[in-house]
Write a protein that binds this ligand. Structure first.
Ligand SMILES: *Cc1c(COP(=O)(O)O)cnc(C)c1O
Length: 359
């Protein structure tokens, strides 16, 4: 029997998608060849890849004047590529420190140039965000950067700042396609696919074409967005397996109501879980209610010993991955698109029972 998978990433995938991959692995659509054996130049890979990009564009509502492609290197490589390409000499970039992932991006950017912090959540221990309406880019800013959902802290931007002519760049690794997003507000959206879109290995890039005119020249080939845009991510060998799985997963999202369908699912699951937390004095959420994540629900118990016990007993009950990230402790339930409602119902019953026995 499949376990209930609350891992933060790599994470749960729809069982239908896993079955499709299994069924097609050896002989893809009767072509006598596996997708992962095929050349990435032309033929069946490129046909599948083009469909993948088209479906991603459709589900995200990406306007014509944006490039969409996949790269390797994880979201982490983008922490460096973004300032290398767009942080111009003598100018600065606006960053916010809202948790582990944006903090890492900020620290990489500082290696390439001047960084203004428009928000620093250190004092609140990264449990709150700025009001987007209060956020303004600084005068010499090349771009403004944020992480839409801090996977470890469980905090999510519900709305985004209006940055005018200053390009807005977002890491959406852990909430991509969990809700409709107005892509035209952003100059670039990117993320690793291993949270909400597929298995680890690929990074999606959505970038407004005019960004290429603002970039630094003379970068090494792989680090230059200009080259990747021209080759739609096929300058070198792409992570073919991951991309194929993403394609199957995007088709699954489409069959299940697209971005709005995913939002409805997320609201139901997160709503049920936060209700269980809020209706008890035993469980507590450290995150500012206004910015609670619908993807990563972080919560605490009265003591660390009880938290350990909770992790152990939940594992025995078939629920994996509920231990919080080692950097923050506590508990975290990652309830991405593919996680079925029943898993959350199961978790909530388990929580109530655990409280009854230990509260
Ligand atoms: C997981 C994650 C990353 C890091 O992704 P890698 O693919 O491991 O480099 C970056 N940002 C966010 C928001 C994440 O959740």
């Amino acid at each position: 029997m499949r376990k209930m998978n609350f891992f933060a990433g790599p994470s749960t995938m729809p069982v239908e998608v896993l079955e499709e991959l299994r069924d097609q692995l050896v002989d893809y659509e009767g072509q006598g060849l596996s997708m992962i054996e095929a050349s990435h130049r032309g033929g069946m890979f490129e046909e599948m890849y083009d469909e993948c990009l088209a479906t991603f564009r459709e589900l995200m509502g990406v306007p014509e004047n944006y490039d969409v492609y996949f790269l390797g290197g994880g979201a982490t490589l983008q922490f460096a590529m973004i300032p290398m390409n767009f942080l111009l000499p003598g100018k600065s970039a606006d960053y916010s420190k809202t948790g582990t992932w944006s903090n890492k991006a900020t620290s990489d950017a500082k290696k390439f140039g001047s960084v203004n912090l428009f928000f620093d959540g250190t004092e609140s221990n990264f449990t709150t965000l700025p009001d987007p309406k209060s956020v303004k880019p600084s005068p010499d800013s090349c771009y403004m950067y944020l992480c839409s959902n801090e996977t470890i802290g469980g905090i999510e931007w519900q709305d985004f700042p209006d940055t005018g002519d200053v390009p807005l760049i977002a890491d959406m690794s852990s909430d991509i396609l969990s809700r409709p997003v107005d892509v035209s507000k952003f100059a670039m959206i990117y993320g690793g696919v291993q949270k909400n879109l597929g298995p680890a290995g690929a990074t999606f890039i959505i970038m407004r074409k005019d960004m290429l005119e603002r970039r630094n020249e003379n970068l090494p080939a792989y680090l230059d967005y200009g080259l990747h845009a021209k080759e739609k991510g096929l300058y070198n060998t792409p992570p073919v397996f991951s991309i194929w799985a993403v394609k199957c997963n995007l088709d699954w999202i489409k069959r299940n109501g697209g971005a709005q369908g995913m939002l409805d699912r997320a609201c139901k699951k997160a709503g049920m879980l936060y209700d269980t937390i809020d209706s008890s004095d035993f469980f507590r959420s450290p995150v500012d209610k206004r910015y609670r994540s619908r993807m990563n629900v972080v919560f605490r118990l009265p003591s660390e010993d009880l938290e350990k016990k909770f992790v152990k007993e939940s594992q025995e009950a078939g629920m994996l991955g509920l231990k919080g990230h080692r950097s923050v402790g506590g508990l975290r339930a990652s309830i991405y698109n593919a996680l079925p409602m029943e898993a959350v119902e199961n978790l909530c019953s388990f929580m109530k029972e655990f409280e009854r026995k230990n509260g």
